[in-house]
Design a protein around this ligand. Structure first.
Ligand code: TRP
Length: 333
């Protein structure tokens, strides 16, 4: 069996939160320590630009996210950790793929359809209001990210499964037309990597403003956790863990035994305040050491810059010759 290539990206918009950690960073960090795999992990800053055209925020967020991944233990020696924007070959591949992608396929993308739906629901006369070509072709850029490095395994959150299907579709079309040059990636949805709910019970997402930041101080972390919306059940009343945000986040950080213990406590009527305190202690225990490393990295950007520079060189050692091959295949070399 040939070596597996794992690859994942994180869109550098906003400050990293617990949902990013559970859905993307933790599985990537675990995989980065597996020496049987080749790993590519990158900061999807051109994806961030789709939604965020504030240069200062873009830069800051990219720094925070890089620091978070490193502080949480990404093995940057053994894997390749880089900025998407440092790899110009990705942009060139994006165009090649764009020329082979059916517009109808992009019409079906959830991310784009959601915005159209919002426009329709708000009674706007233009269903495409505020929709750029960047948003519309987002799955093509993501496909190029993946196909550029011949990724075989792509760990993502559930909301990204459709994008992986599209990447396979697009790669198949390319291969059918130009020969078997692209590798079809396989999606990996880690079972524990549930899509976390946020403070208000909807999916934890920057766009809903309901996130719990990863590296706030312990005090602020506790304050956020205490704000998680719960129902009005009194202490002593048995509580249902299913669909409960406190329980769900707890489970994402806990061992199976810890989860079972909390399940029992719910059945026995634990007070919401006590359940939240337990959640805080668990999460703080996991994050307190990485938090210190994170603060050090944020204080001295040169360390991160050097790591990313080295990553870009390693990445381009793959992407440069491979793009040459692809250019020959499509007839532009
Ligand atoms: N679109 C992904 C997200 O928002 C991030 C991403 C960009 C990505 N390119 C990728 C993930 C390639 C995996 C592979 O979460």
């Amino acid at each position: 069996m040939s070596k597996q290539t794992w690859l994942t990206g994180i869109t550098t918009s906003g400050t990293p939160h617990l949902g990013n950690y559970v859905g993307a960073i933790r599985p990537a960090v675990d995989a980065s320590r597996n020496l049987d795999q080749e790993g590519f992990y990158f900061l999807a800053d051109y994806h961030a630009m789709i939604k965020n055209q504030d240069p200062v925020m873009l830069r800051e967020s990219r720094q925070e996210i890089a620091a978070a991944w490193i502080a949480l233990g990404l093995d940057t020696d053994h894997t390749t950790f880089y900025r998407q924007s440092d790899i110009p070959e990705i942009m060139e591949l994006t165009w090649m793929l764009t020329c082979l992608t059916a517009k109808g396929l992009m019409n079906r993308a959830h991310a784009y359809k959601a915005v159209v739906q919002e426009n329709v629901d708000s009674g706007s006369v233009d269903p495409d209001k505020g929709i750029t070509m960047g948003l519309f072709s987002y799955p093509i850029l993501m496909s190029a990210d993946i196909l550029m490095f011949k990724a075989t395994h792509v760990p993502v959150g559930r909301d990204q499964i459709q994008h992986l299907e599209m990447a396979r579709d697009i790669a198949q079309r390319f291969n059918h037309h130009y020969g078997e040059l692209l590798v079809l990636p396989q999606v990996v949805v880690e079972e524990r990597a549930a899509v976390l709910s946020g403070l208000d019970g909807r999916k934890m997402s920057k766009s809903y403003g309901n996130t719990i930041p990863l590296f706030d101080t312990a005090k602020k972390l506790r304050k956020s956790i205490m704000k998680i919306k719960t129902n009005s059940q009194e202490p002593g009343e048995p509580k249902d863990p299913e669909g409960n945000t406190v329980f769900e986040i707890y489970r994402a950080f806990a061992t199976e035994e810890q989860t079972e213990a909390l399940r029992t406590a719910y059945a026995e009527g634990i007070a919401w305040g006590d359940a939240k305190q337990q959640l805080f202690e668990l999460v703080d225990g996991v994050l307190s050491e990485p938090r210190e490393r994170y603060n050090e990295l944020m204080a001295d950007p040169s360390v991160i810059d050097a790591i990313l520079q080295k990553g870009a060189e390693k990445a381009r050692a793959h992407s440069r010759p491979y793009l040459e091959e692809l250019r020959r295949a499509v007839g532009v070399s």
